[in-house]
Design a protein around this ligand. Structure first.
Ligand code: PNS
Length: 176
């Protein structure tokens, strides 16, 4: 049985992410969506919220499971027995960002990263832009799964009001 891990911040999961997960599920017997932490980003949603939103968005995909990656992605992939990491590319900037991570993950674990080109119709869909559109009252229903569209206003209000997220009592949720 072949297993792929689709890692990312998923803050929050978008239709672009889902497109990549679907493509991975077409190529591998099983897919784990790995909700991980990128130390260069601050998150709007808590770890648990990011996992829950990704779980709801992928519930209809039979061979797809969502898990929190608590530390190093390479170690998570080794422990899970993954055959590959699958990531989506929207353009050249993604290649530049992904190349060092793919090489580092292979160096640590021997696990290769397989890149798939997402649907060009979704090439503009990035979590950061979605949050910005939602923050200023724009419609995001055709950019994210329904559950995410409903969760965004509350999370944005929490961040704007400086209300601490459930997982970080001292600091409010701030988006990158
Ligand atoms: O969606 P993102 O933010 O581009 O995803 C990047 C992510 C979260 C996959 C990456 O930062 C990651 O793998 N984090 C887990 C910790 C880790 O393994 N860091 C070393 C990466 S080479």
């Amino acid at each position: 049985m072949t297993l792929a891990v689709c890692p990312g911040s998923f803050d929050p999961i978008t239709l672009g992410h889902l497109d990549v997960v679907r493509r991975a599920a077409d190529m591998f017997d099983r897919v784990i969506v790995g909700v991980a932490r990128n130390t260069s980003k601050s998150y709007l949603f808590t770890d648990e919220e990011r996992v829950d939103l990704a779980r709801a968005a992928t519930a209809h995909l039979g061979a797809v499971d969502v898990q929190l990656v608590p530390g190093l992605l390479a170690q998570f992939c080794k422990d899970a027995g993954a055959n590959a990491i699958v990531k989506g590319l929207r353009g050249g900037a993604d290649v530049d960002a992904e190349q060092p991570m793919a090489l580092m993950n292979r160096h640590i674990s021997g696990v290769e990263t397989v890149f798939v080109l997402g649907d060009p119709a979704l090439a503009h869909v990035a979590s950061s832009l979605v949050k910005d559109v939602a923050r200023y009252g724009g419609d995001v229903l055709d950019l994210v799964p329904e559950g995410v569209a409903h969760a965004l206003p509350t999370a944005l209000r929490r961040a704007t009001a400086g209300i601490a997220r459930p997982d970080s009592p001292r600091s409010p949720g701030v988006t990158a």
